[in-house]
Structures are given as structure tokens and as C-alpha cells.
Design a protein around this ligand. Structure first.
Ligand code: GDP
Ligand code: CA
Length: 313
């Protein structure tokens, strides 16, 4: 059994590679829910949806988010009647939010709803939320604190980042499948996908009990760097690192995750950093980590698990 921790679009590429390499019963994909929010009366889970659409093979490649061959009748009409259009919801995507919100209002847990959505999209691998409780990532900046979507979409990540905190996290617990996987006797490794460390991975790690459970598993924990040659492929990860005084490089990722990880995979373009990281006592693998095709995703997935296996103790 392999446990995968991921955010949305970036992490889902590696999760997809792993899903094409391992059977459903060999993989649990745990997704950040700190970005989740209510919008227009619907409960939106951006990272769960990005992961679901990716594994279902219906994700839009050009736009980089949402469903392919999307239409925008609802959004355009909403705009015409003076509705809120800062967060784009395509017609197809809307069906997910409506179905999810209905199921939640009937009393299903987010885990149950996500499982149902996976089944409808013929995804047989387990995509599970980090928690069934409501947790909201709040981004702290020099201009004040903002809910994640506000900072990300409305403010376009402009205010200088100083940190994050999570509303509702104190009373949250890991989702049942997440906890079960963390305590699984045959757990082989834990993979931290190349997702934003602050707003995608940290919310998962900060669910009470998760860090301790990860440490007590004694299985290899491997991270894939989301930073290549000083920059993020997409999104604010590198900017955030610089603004809080971390090097925007795999070295900063290593500093950030600290003792939680046993190894890191860095890109070929960062080969010069290998010795610096090795000197900290961490194991390093250098390979191509940019995923631009299904084949790139699968190749990196196989290399990640092979690397993790070499770290077994
Ligand atoms: P989001 O929640 O949709 O923003 O997605 P994530 O947090 O999962 O992913 C965003 C991160 O993925 C960014 O920091 C990117 O640098 C990183 N990323 C995206 N594509 C790739 C890739 O092909 N390789 C690597 N190594 N990182 C990637
Ligand atoms: Ca996200």
C-alpha cells in the first residue's frame, strides 16, 4: 500500500502516474480540502475535483483546470443577470458541485460523496479528502488575512505572504480511509506530490494526529520538489518561499519539510544542489520531474516508488 498526499493540478499529475502503475487496492490518494468553499450556494472542492478529473481523464489540458470540452452557458447567463462571476464554473463542472452539495445536505460525509463521484466517473482508485471536517486555509499577508480563494483568485496572490493558518483544524480528524492507510501494517511508502507546500500539503499535515502517525509508520516518506530551477511550474509556491525567506529551490522545500521526509526527488536542472541537500543527511534522487505527458507521469511515478523502496529501513 502506498499513501499519496496531493493538492490539485500539480500533484494530481504524479498521482495519475501512480494510478496507472499501481492497482486500486495498492494506492490511497489523500487530497487537500483547505481550499474548499461555499460559492453560489454550492460546496466547491477545487483540489478533489482537479484530482478526480485528472484520474478520470477528462481534465482540460489547455486551461489547466476543470473539465475538457466545457461550455459556459451558466456563467455567461449569470453574468448577464448581474451575478457573481469572479470564480468560473463551467456547465459540466457545475454538475459535480450540485451533486456534491445535494449529497452533503442529505447527510453523507465528504468521503462518501467523493467515493460516489469517483464511481460515477469510473475512477476505481481511492481519492479521499484529508478530513470530513470543514477546514479553511487562511493566507496571512502584510495586507491582512484572506481566505485562500480570495488570495488566490481575487487578489491573484499579490499581497506579500507571511504564513498560513487553518480555520477549523483543531477539531478536525483525518478521514477514515486516510487514518486506515496511515496505520496499515503493509504500508510501503508515503509520497508527497509536487504540490504547493504551504497551501496544498501543509493543510493535510496539520490535520491533528497526521504528523505523529506519519512519523510512527517508519515507512519511507519521499517528496517530489514542486520547484524546478528556482521557479514553480505554475502558481505562487516560489513567490511564497521567497517572501518568507526560504530559498526558492529544492533546498527550501527540504528546509520546509524538515525531518518529516526521508528523501527528495529533484529535477535534473537542479543537479548542482544535490550535494547541499545530501549534506543535511537526506537522500536525494535527481531525474526529470517535469511532467508534460502521460508517459512523464508514469516514469516519474515508477522512479519515485523505486527511490522510496531504497530508503526502507
Ligand atoms: P493546485 O492546488 O491546483 O495549485 O495544485 P498543486 O498545489 O498540487 O500544484 C501546484 C504546484 O505543482 C506548483 O508549485 C508547481 O510548481 C508544481 N508542478 C506543476 N506541474 C509540475 C510538474 O510537472 N513537475 C513538478 N515537479 N512540479 C509541478
Ligand atoms: Ca489547490
Amino acid at each position: 500500500m502506498i499513501l499519496v498526499l496531493t493538492g490539485g493540478v500539480g500533484g494530481a499529475k504524479l498521482a495519475n502516474g501512480l494510478a496507472h502503475t499501481f492497482r486500486p487496492e495498492e494506492l490511497t490518494i489523500v487530497v487537500n480540502t483547505g481550499d474548499d468553499f461555499m460559492h453560489l450556494g454550492y460546496f466547491i472542492c477545487p483540489d478533489l475535483d482537479s484530482t478526480l478529473y485528472k484520474l478520470a481523464g477528462i481534465n482540460d489540458l489547455e486551461r489547466g483546470w476543470g473539465i475538457r470540452q466545457e461550455t459556459w452557458n451558466f456563467m455567461n447567463t449569470l453574468k448577464e443577470v448581474g451575478g457573481d462571476d469572479w470564480f468560473k464554473l463551467g456547465d459540466k463542472d457545475l454538475a459535480t458541485h450540485i451533486d456534491r452539495t445535494k449529497r452533503l445536505s442529505e447527510g453523507q460525509t465528504l468521503s462518501e460523496v467523493t467515493q460516489a463521484l469517483c464511481r460515477k466517473h469510473n475512477v476505481s482508485h481511492s481519492i479521499v479528502p484529508m478530513t470530513d471536517h470543514r477546514v479553511g486555509t487562511i493566507v496571512d499577508t502584510v495586507e491582512g488575512d484572506f481566505f485562500f480563494q480570495d488570495y488566490f483568485v481575487r487578489l491573484r496572490c499579490k499581497p506579500t505572504f507571511t504564513g498560513v493558518h487553518y480555520k477549523g483544524i483543531k477539531t478536525a480528524t483525518p478521514s477514515p480511509k486516510f487514518r486506515k492507510t496511515l496505520t496499515y501494517p503493509d504500508l510501503r511508502s508515503i509520497v508527497i506530490c509536487p504540490s504547493n507546500p504551504f497551501v496544498s500539503i501543509d493543510p493535510i499535515l496539520n490535520v491533528p494526529g497526521v504528523r505523529d502517525l506519519i512519523t510512527s509508520t517508519k515507512v519511507p516518506v519521499v517528496a517530489v520538489s514542486p520547484i524546478i530551477a528556482g521557479e514553480a511550474i505554475k502558481g505562487p509556491a516560489a513567490k511564497m518561499m521567497r517572501e518568507i525567506g526560504l530559498p526558492s529551490s529544492p533546498v527550501g522545500i527540504v528546509e520546509h519539510y524538515g525531518k518529516l521526509i526521508d528523501g527528495i526527488i529533484i529535477d535534473e536542472r537542479d543537479t548542482s544542489l544535490r550535494d547541499t541537500i545530501t549534506a543535511t543527511g537526506l537522500k536525494v534522487k535527481v531525474c526529470q520531474t517535469l511532467m508534460q505527458s502521460d508517459n512523464d507521469e508514469k516514469t516519474l511515478a515508477i522512479k519515485t516508488i523505486k527511490f522510496a523502496d531504497t530508503l526502507s529501513y
